[in-house]
Design a protein. Sequence first.
Length: 177
Amino acid sequence: MQPWADRFPELFAPGYWEWGELDVRFTVEPPPDELISNVHVVARTPGGIVVCGNDLGWRFLPGGTREPGETIEQLVRRELIEEAGARVTGELTWLGAHRADHRRPAPYRPHLPHPVSYWANVVADVVIEGPPTNPDDGEQVTEVLVLPPEQAAQYLDAQPGGIMGPIVRLAQAMELV
């Protein structure tokens, strides 16, 4: 892991996500499956990387929170349809995860791991088949773009406090995109 931390110090530095009261630290080592609460996808298409924007102005890689009993693959497939109108066409490739140490006394949802969970990132080949499904209980995606990797990273960098631009750059450095 050390070479990646040396090349991407801002990604691997300890951090704090105020919105969730989480102390975080990035790792490329996969955690136990049962500790993964969230997954975001560096979704590859022939034209580039899929990035999203929502009605609140946020910019992100498609992904989200695990539902009760959901596998990682099911989570990825569901979130890609909901947020990007996309379908996975191949295997998921592990990229890395933020270990989140929760300061709150209870999990965000009762079925999620607590006080430690992981926000994982995977790489997958996808095809966009239609608009995002935007379920009523989810965020409302208003923009789905396919951009060359560096442009995708720059788009994501515009999100204040965002960490997804460096994740795309790490995927590039690992020759996954």
